[in-house]
Design a protein around this ligand. Structure first.
Ligand SMILES: [Zn+2]
Length: 236
């Protein structure tokens, strides 16, 4: 499926085309229309009188990711984010202070299919986390609550259920953040070292170079000695 482009949408200057590195990895949304599929939402957002897609990716209930625009080249369109930014969030305050179109500060704008008050499906949570992890790797920005936001965070106009009602929102955002961080960093394995083991031997047994093994923060204490050890950590 060919990627779409966003049209110039004006405020406060040009908009649409990415002009600077974003500070927010992802803004999460959920469609208001419970019945529409990801492709239908993508098509609707790109209707002739629209400025272009409001999301960089639309995700179906089964987790299928439908790309709309390339987030490296274009920012997703949302008038409300610029007209009514929520400057209580430090990253958004910084974006507004820069005088640049707010949309350009959000890398992925991700919209999941389903009614506004429903949680994402497990498959949608997974797809969102994969996109967030990928964005973090590409941009070198850590995954946390300042870099993963929901539409209700960015926009000061009441968006009580976009994507989730406040009562359940934080737990769900944290689920995305935790999963994305787990994708970025594999689970830790603790190794009990026997007499005669060497750090390089442990490294190769876990398909790591010695340098990679010692790069784990937990293994900092072995960096100086490199010889005797009782315990080391490696990725599983
Ligand atoms: Zn939204």
């Amino acid at each position: 499926m060919a990627l779409l482009t966003n049209k110039a949408y004006g405020y406060p200057t040009r908009g649409a085309r990415r002009r600077r590195k974003p500070t927010i990895l992802a803004c999460l949304h959920q469609t208001a229309n419970a019945k529409a599929t990801a492709i239908q939402e993508r098509t609707y957002a790109n209707r002739p009188d629209s400025h272009g897609p409001s999301a960089t990716a639309y995700i179906d209930r089964d987790g299928t990711i439908v790309r709309a625009i390339d987030p490296a080249k274009y920012a997703a369109w949302s008038q409300g984010d610029v007209a009514h930014p929520n400057t209580k969030l430090p990253t958004i305050a910084a974006a507004v202070a820069s005088g640049v179109n707010m949309n350009e500060w959000v890398h992925e704008s991700i919209e999941c299919s389903g009614a506004g008050t429903e949680p994402y499906t497990d498959a949608q949570f997974e797809a969102v986390a994969q996109l967030v992890a990928k964005a973090s790797k590409a941009l070198g920005i850590p995954v946390n609550r300042s870099t993963v936001v929901v539409h209700a965070d960015i926009n000061s106009v009441s968006r009580r259920s976009d994507p989730w009602p406040p009562a359940t929102r934080e737990a769900r955002v944290k689920r995305v953040i935790a999963r994305a961080n787990a994708i970025l960093r594999p689970p830790i394995t603790t190794v009990t070292v026997k007499a005669g083991d060497t750090l390089s031997g442990i490294a190769s047994a876990h398909r790591l170079t010695l340098k990679a093994l010692l790069a784990f923060p937990e293994n900092a204490k072995y960096r100086a000695t490199r010889g005797s050890s009782t315990q080391a950590t490696s990725s599983a």
